[in-house]
Write a protein that binds this ligand. Structure first.
Ligand SMILES: [Zn+2]
Length: 453
């Protein structure tokens, strides 16, 4: 039966647990009894909303997410920022736990805070045999940002606390000898802790657990907005804006020294790629398409060119022509108009160009596939066989065309990188990045000691 969990109200949650977990009623019967309509339940079941994180085991299948209808509830109930008013000093706000927060323990002692989800995500990643090659996990406290837009001090503070706990959860779970943890934010926001409520801005006066006063000011949306969605707030929901303050970045584990001092935001890519031992330079990335190939395949599904190995590319373009008929185009992806246009590459998968009904038996055709980023060109001539009647696949060997056109010169330099997203040197295996969305995110990258292939 497993442990039940629901994103619904605490009341519904308890009823669901009683009916489904204790009495053993089916999910649908339980749903009917708690008054959920069929369509909602189907949607929720597809999203896995009914089941606890601690009942979620690694099965080799992808886990999409634990989702709610809208934003997940914050740890603290919302507070409202208002204009400067001496009366606010008399009645400071103490942030109160939100009964709908998923981090509240339910009757079975289960919860789904950001820390719980981080813990479970790392469990699932570590249980995956492929994690020997490392993994990348990004954890984001997204409502730090969202509630700051809403000038909701309690909401954003609770969410920041959640992120802090998620970092602790990640630290307990991983070995910093082979895991890099980065904590940073993707941008700053409007809220400032100030001494006194400004006359020109909305503010909230809080009292902390020690009884100390703290004023939070929001200065990027008007204090009197005639179009405000909620007149009691005086501003439109979500009106507060991002700001350009420099951000904190901190890290532990292999590669943490790369974020010492000042780090350009774009350097994070290289820090992470280096920790996971992935291709970092353009030339290294281009070589990931070295193994690209194409074959004509004929079976009961029809005739098609299958191609794969363009793993250093985001997109490819292709043409299939008839050289005996003035290079008439049989199939094409069309012109590439910008550096990333073309057919999107599905990394490490085989893609195909359907030629069913377009080929004449015995005739020779030329396929040319070009990696848009690597410049790698695969050009082959195939002689079309008869369309297969049975279900045996027939792979037709093609003749590689050595000089198919002007594109060959664009191929990348060879720097000894092999395989899909393969290692480029002898480094490490996981990275966890935690991002505070004032925004914050944390990334855990499991890095693996590896050898050059
Ligand atoms: Zn934002």
């Amino acid at each position: 039966m497993g442990t039940c969990y629901s994103h619904l109200s605490p009341d519904e949650r308890i009823r669901i647990e009683r009916l489904h977990c204790e009495q053993g009623l089916s999910v649908r019967e339980t749903a009917r009894l708690v008054g959920r309509d069929k369509a909602t339940v189907s949607r929720e079941l597809k999203r896995g909303l009914w089941f606890a994180l601690n009942a979620l085991e690694y099965t080799g299948k992808p886990v999409l997410a634990l989702m709610a209808e809208g934003n997940l509830q914050t740890q603290f109930a919302p507070s409202v920022a208002t204009k400067k008013d001496p009366a606010k000093d008399e009645d400071p706000i103490q942030c109160a736990v939100n009964p709908d927060w998923l981090g509240n323990k339910n009757a079975n002692g289960n919860s789904a805070s950001l820390a719980d989800m981080t813990d479970k995500a790392i469990d699932l990643l570590q249980a995956n045999p492929k994690s020997r090659n490392g993994f990348f996990l990004q954890v984001e406290g997204a409502s730090i940002d969202k509630q700051d837009h809403n000038a909701n001090a309690c909401g954003q503070i609770g969410e920041t606390d959640d992120l802090d706990k998620a970092i602790s959860a990640a630290l307990k779970k991983v070995d910093l000898k082979d895991t890099l943890i980065i904590v940073t934010a993707d941008h700053a926001h409007t809220s400032q802790i100030v001494n006194e409520p400004p006359a020109y801005a909305l503010s909230t006066i809080l009292v902390n657990k020690l009884g100390e006063r703290m004023v939070v000011s929001y200065g990027t949306a008007p204090s009197a907005d005639p179009d405000a969605a909620d007149p009691t707030k005086g501003y439109g929901q979500g009106d507060m804006e991002h700001t350009g303050t420099q951000l904190r970045i901190a890290a532990s584990g292999p590669g943490a020294q790369r974020v010492n001092g000042l780090t350009d935001q774009t350097d994070n890519f290289f820090t992470i790629a280096n920790a996971l031992d992935l291709a970092e330079t353009t030339d290294q990335m281009k070589t990931l398409s070295d193994g690209a190939d194409a074959n004509l395949v004929v079976d009961e599904k029809g005739q098609r060119v299958e191609f794969s190995g363009f793993n250093g590319d985001a997109s490819v373009t292709y043409t299939v022509t008839d050289p005996t008929n003035g290079d008439a185009v049989i199939a094409t992806s069309g012109e590439a108009t910008d550096p990333v246009s073309g057919v999107r590459v599905r990394t490490d998968q085989t893609m195909s160009i359907d030629l069913t009904g377009k080929l004449t038996e015995g005739k020779t055709y030329r396929v040319t596939i070009t990696g848009r980023q690597s410049g790698k060109v695969v050009a082959k001539d195939f002689q079309a066989p008869a369309a297969a009647a049975g279900d045996d696949s027939q792979v037709v060997p093609g003749e590689t065309v050595e000089n198919p056109g002007d594109n060959t010169s664009a191929a990348g330099q060879q720097t000894g990188v092999a395989g899909v997203l393969d290692k480029t040197g002898s480094a490490i295996a996981a990275v966890v990045v935690l991002i505070a969305a004032l925004v914050s995110t944390a990334l855990a990258l499991k890095t693996v000691k590896g050898r050059r292939h």
